[in-house]
Design a protein around this ligand. Structure first.
Ligand code: ZN
Length: 223
């Protein structure tokens, strides 16, 4: 079986608490580190045809998340999301169809967590989603994949849009922000950057100055 080429998983974890601290160790700033970039914008995003969220709800959520990034000024339009979901349901057993180096991003709704498990991540953990990019030797992205954990233990998380916003930030090349944790001064929940690696609740789907500065540093004109 072909395995998912997830080299440097970048994780959004649900809850930071005692048992979550071991999962926190999965974030390695060195490994998470340097990021690929897209040499052509907007990046085309194609959405899983599966119906984890019912009908076209998943497509709508990805479109909403992409528009949040598209609202950043001072950079070209970042994402272009397919108007219809793909005609196929992205699953572990048809990865060869959607896991391809075609300079596009695919959003996978991993209904039972099988794709995550195949990537070495326990879908029964508090990981809400992961993002991965494959790049050439210059760092130019050849592929992006976002996997949303649909395992029953986490699929009732109330703000999937926020998870997609966070993962699309990774796709753009952003790593986790150091603001608000890791010995730095805490930041109130409302003001946490989207690229904060943990979340507890909804209303994380707005960009903060740190997120915007990050994306401008990669794609801003005249940088
Ligand atoms: Zn993350």
């Amino acid at each position: 079986m072909k395995s998912m080429p997830i080299v440097l998983p970048t994780l959004l974890l649900l809850v930071l608490k005692a048992s979550g601290l071991s999962a926190f160790g999965q974030f390695d700033p060195g490994a998470d580190g340097l990021a690929s970039h897209w040499s052509r914008l907007p990046v085309e995003v194609i959405v899983d045809g599966g119906t984890l969220f019912g009908g076209n709800e998943g497509l709508r959520m990805v479109q909403e998340a992409a528009e949040i990034w598209n609202g950043v000024t001072g950079v070209p339009r970042l994402f272009s999301v397919s108007e219809q979901a793909d005609s196929i349901d992205y699953r572990l057993d048809n990865m060869d169809v959607w896991n391809v180096l075609d300079r596009r991003v695919r959003v996978v709704f991993d209904e039972g967590g099988e794709v995550l498990l195949n990537s070495g991540i326990d879908p029964d953990s508090r990981v809400l989603g992961i993002a991965d990019t494959i790049a050439d030797s210059t760092g130019a992205a050849l592929q992006g994949v976002v996997i949303i954990n649909g395992h029953p233990t986490v699929s009732d998380f109330p703000d999937t849009v926020a998870v997609v916003v966070h993962e699309l930030g990774h796709i753009l090349g952003l790593t986790h922000t150091p603001i608000g944790f890791g010995g730095l001064e805490p930041v109130s929940r409302a003001n946490r950057p989207t690229m904060y690696p943990f979340t507890e609740s909804r209303n994380m789907d707005t960009l903060e100055a740190d997120d915007i500065a990050g994306v401008r540093s990669i794609y801003g004109q005249g940088r």
